[in-house]
Design a protein around this ligand. Structure first.
Ligand code: ZN
Length: 167
């Protein structure tokens, strides 16, 4: 059976380009692999192998051949059972030609992640930035830094937004 790329990339319940800031790379820890999870797309339901993450606020990732090969390199094993606890680094590759279209896709780096700087605290309240609105803490910190010039938690970003609205 053939698999159209749209079947793999169009389900909003799974990690995709929209979950990344420009240039962002995510380091995530595999919690488990579901070998046959139902994926809903425009073309109907199908069963896919899906990776779930330990870090809250990150959508699961559908496995394809390229992603699986990279995880195998990082894990040192091609067996799903050996993957929980393995950290991988995800990034967006742009300009992939697929069926006459140019698309972007989530890719897995075929090497162990480099150590990342810790997620900064919120500049307004001083609290640790936590996942919110379906986004992880690092995404929120990067997003608010770009928008407001300082990293903010979701609650403080909302307050600033309201203040801007009143001004
Ligand atoms: Zn805050």
């Amino acid at each position: 059976m053939k698999t159209h790329w749209k079947k793999v990339v169009s389900d909003p319940n799974f990690i995709g380009e929209g979950d990344f800031q420009e240039g962002e790379e995510k380091v995530l820890t595999i919690e488990k692999v579901n070998q046959a999870e139902t994926v809903q797309t425009a073309e109907g339901k199908s069963k896919k192998a899906v990776v779930h993450w330990k870090e809250a606020g990150n959508k699961p990732m559908i496995l394809n051949v390229a992603r699986s090969k990279s995880i195998e390199k990082v894990a040192g094993s091609g067996y799903f059972e050996d993957w929980p606890g393995v950290q991988v680094q995800l990034y967006i590759e742009h300009g992939i030609k697929a069926f006459g279209d140019v698309v972007s896709a989530v890719r897995v780096r075929p090497f162990r992640p480099k150590a990342q700087a810790p997620v900064p605290s919120c500049k307004d309240c001083g609290q640790t930035i936590t996942p919110a609105m379906g986004k992880d803490a690092r995404w929120l910190a990067t997003y608010t830094e770009k928008k407001y010039g300082v990293p903010l938690c979701a609650a403080c970003a909302q307050k600033r937004k309201e203040r801007e609205g009143e001004a």
